[in-house]
Design a protein around this ligand. Structure first.
Ligand SMILES: [Fe+2]
Ligand SMILES: [Fe+2]
Length: 165
């Protein structure tokens, strides 16, 4: 589910590069969908995935523990939220707007690559199939329930881990 969302995010960033810069309505529509999706995806992970990773994970990639993976991910989610918010302050279709979108793309792609190597790898190695199935269904329901968006609220990474450990 998470990998599939990541592919969809990459696809939507690519579509923005295929739209005529003067087509403000099209840029607004696709960015509106992508910005909302980025927020909902991050919150779904924070509500559902990371608490379970903290329970079963032991570290993967460059991280020695699920706590380290999670602290890094929550910090990245805050950076992505800030980058999405920064796009909102620019005139759609302007050079500044495209630069802000590119900055959000960079923050998100750096995060996804790390998340795929660390938290997702750790979870595949340590979560049993029943947990993975249950979590995938709950993830799909969360995203369906929040398809029109969620409030973007930054979280303190260490407080988040303490709360869910
Ligand atoms: Fe994430
Ligand atoms: Fe993700």
């Amino acid at each position: 589910m998470i990998l599939d969302d990541h592919h969809e995010q990459r696809r939507l960033f690519a579509i923005l590069e295929q739209i005529d810069r003067n087509d403000v309505a099209a840029l607004t529509a696709v960015w509106g969908r992508l910005g909302t999706f980025l927020e909902v995806h991050a919150l779904a992970e924070e509500e559902l995935f990371y608490p379970q990773l903290l329970r079963v994970g032991t570290g993967a990639g460059d991280k020695d523990s699920a706590a380290d993976e999670t602290i890094d991910a929550i910090k990245d989610h805050n950076e992505i939220r800030d980058a999405v918010a920064a796009v909102g302050g620019k005139k759609v279709g302007s050079s500044e707007w495209f630069e802000a979108v590119a900055a959000a793309n960079e923050a998100n792609s750096d995060h996804m690559a790390e998340e795929e190597r660390e938290g997702l790898t750790d979870f595949r190695e340590h979560a049993d199939l029943a947990l993975r199935h249950d979590l995938a269904v709950r993830f799909a329901v969360f995203e369906a329930n929040h398809v029109t968006g969620v409030p973007a609220v930054d979280k303190d990474p260490k407080a988040y881990v303490a709360q869910h450990s």
